[in-house]
Design a protein around this ligand. Structure first.
Ligand code: SF4
Length: 358
């Protein structure tokens, strides 16, 4: 028996892989063997189910104090195309879809120096008032860290204030890749990987669940990717607060980095390795808005169990040239999942199955 078969047997036996084993696996196993192992790990928990959410994205500002080299979304104050939604405009955006059974609102934005602490609280309260039963997944650890530094408030205080105003969960953005050396080259102004993890740990202690991400397919190596996954796995062992991991394929358009982005094989390997290494994070997402619908469908066979949602209207990946629709109808989403060979299951932000639209 060769070494990669021995490692694959461990996955079928539900045994945890070490760093060395994960690296050996990804460099020696065929894409089919990797996919089969990841599919078995996914299927023994979820059978043929694939989850999706009826959600709405709200990107309240694209003005940002940082200048991450892979970002095509951010603008400087006054730059052409920059925008900030007033609280009234936020209300309009939410009100415009009140007739739809949206059950999650995903809110993220740039680090806009003009916005006061009250803006964030007012935004949450406004959304909560208009949508009393929706789950609000808002503000990345990067935004929490920015507010913490600007207003000299602890992460815990901010998270408690936000939860009091309506926040239910944190999205997983801003993790990028934790390697300090790479962060220096990719996003030197951004919060460190260590602090990103600390903020999520604080959220978990406050019973605020969170998601987690990895931006891949740029200048990182498989060593960087596996180390990133292991840091997430370690925190999850401690807190159990991560709901879902989302591997985000780097989008090559309109940004300084000018890397190539992952191809289809690399995308499938990433999904499969996430399912295999993250044995304690329940859900792995094939995020169609970044990967394309066809790759996301195949991702369900390579270890993913979640297809994300209707979205309307994705701005961040599309600013970087993502060649996908900006949103999908619920019927289209279900059709894509069914034609991939899976049973669509509507969920909320906490991955609870939704029987009725509200
Ligand atoms: S990735 Fe986020 S923090 Fe970085 S420049 Fe873009 S909006 Fe700002």
């Amino acid at each position: 028996m060769n070494r990669s078969s021995f490692i694959i047997d461990k996955i079928f036996n539900k045994e945890r892989l070490s760093r060395a084993e994960a690296l050996e696996l990804v460099s020696t196993a065929t894409i089919h063997d990797l996919g089969q192992a990841a599919y078995s790990a996914r299927t023994r928990v979820y059978d043929n189910q694939a989850f999706f959410v009826y959600n709405q994205h709200l990107n309240f500002t694209n003005i940002c104090a940082n200048a991450c080299r892979f970002c095509a979304f951010s603008k400087r104050p006054g730059e052409k195309g920059s925008y900030t939604l007033s609280i009234d405009q936020v209300k309009e955006a939410v009100s415009s879809r009140l007739d739809e059974p949206v059950n999650e609102i995903h809110v993220v934005g740039g680090l806009n120096p003009e916005l006061g602490y009250d803006y964030y609280l007012n935004l949450l309260e406004a959304v909560r008032k208009l949508r009393p039963r929706v789950k609000i997944k808002a503000f990345t650890a990067v935004e929490i860290a920015y507010l913490s530094d600007k207003y000299e408030l602890s992460h815990e205080k901010i998270l408690k204030d936000f939860a009091g105003a309506g926040l239910d969960a944190l999205p997983g953005g801003g993790a990028e890749v934790f390697s300090p050396a790479l962060r220096q080259r990719l996003c030197p102004e951004k919060v460190s990987g260590r602090r990103w993890l600390e903020i999520h740990e604080t959220a978990h202690k406050l019973s605020i669940p969170t998601n987690c991400t990895l931006l891949f397919g740029h200048i990182e190596t498989w060593e960087d990717r596996i180390d990133h996954l292991l840091a997430l796995r370690e925190l999850q062992d401690k807190t159990g607060g991560f709901l879902c991991f989302i591997p985000l394929p780097y989008q090559p358009g309109h940004n300084e980095l000018a890397a190539k982005g992952p191809d289809g094989i690399e995308f499938m390997k990433m999904i499969a390795m996430a399912r295999i290494v993250l044995d304690n994070i329940p859900h792995i997402k094939a995020y169609w808005a970044f990967s394309g619908i066809k790759a996301a469908q195949l991702g369900l066979w390579y270890g993913a169990d979640d297809f994300d949602g209707t979205i309307v209207e994705e701005k961040i990946g599309h600013a970087a040239g993502a060649d996908t629709p900006r949103g999908l109808s619920i019927d289209k989403l279900k059709d894509y999942i069914r034609s991939a060979g899976f049973d669509p299951v509507q969920r909320d932000s906490f991955f609870k199955q939704i029987q009725h639209p509200f």
